[in-house]
Design a protein. Structure first.
Length: 128
């Protein structure tokens, strides 16, 4: 059986393959719902866990679908992270819930990963 040789040039592809990701799925796209009063600050300074929570693994701030994010605020921010965001300690591993897969932050998410999306046609699901 032939062994695959991993080099610095092919490591990202190797990791993606090992995780079962396709080339076009290299980014992990998540969503954050927020209120008008917080939107501009997040877009300017990044997304961060409230200071008193110290990046708690159970303070979920990201979800895997925009409808769930809309349940938390009228503005939806799309967060595009590298596929290895958990391994790189950007976010905690996701947890399944009635909202879908939820993620807590392990560090502040830089504004370069965040963009505001038109949420006018997205309807929040009733998760009760």
């Amino acid at each position: 059986m032939a062994r695959e040789i991993v080099t610095s040039e092919n490591k990202a592809d190797y990791d993606a393959k090992k995780l079962g990701l396709k080339k076009e799925e290299e980014n992990l796209t998540l969503y954050h719902g927020t209120k008008e009063k917080f939107k501009d600050k997040i877009l300017k300074e990044g997304l961060q866990t409230p200071e008193h929570l110290h990046h708690s693994p159970s303070w979920y701030m990201l979800v895997d679908n925009p409808e769930a994010a809309k349940a938390f605020g009228e503005h939806i921010l799309q967060v595009n992270l590298p596929h290895n965001a958990v391994k790189e300690k950007m976010i905690w591993p996701g947890k399944e819930s009635s909202y879908g897969k939820q993620y807590a932050l392990r560090q502040t998410i830089h504004p370069k990963h965040i963009k505001h999306i038109d949420s006018s046609k997205i309807v929040a699901k009733d998760f009760s």
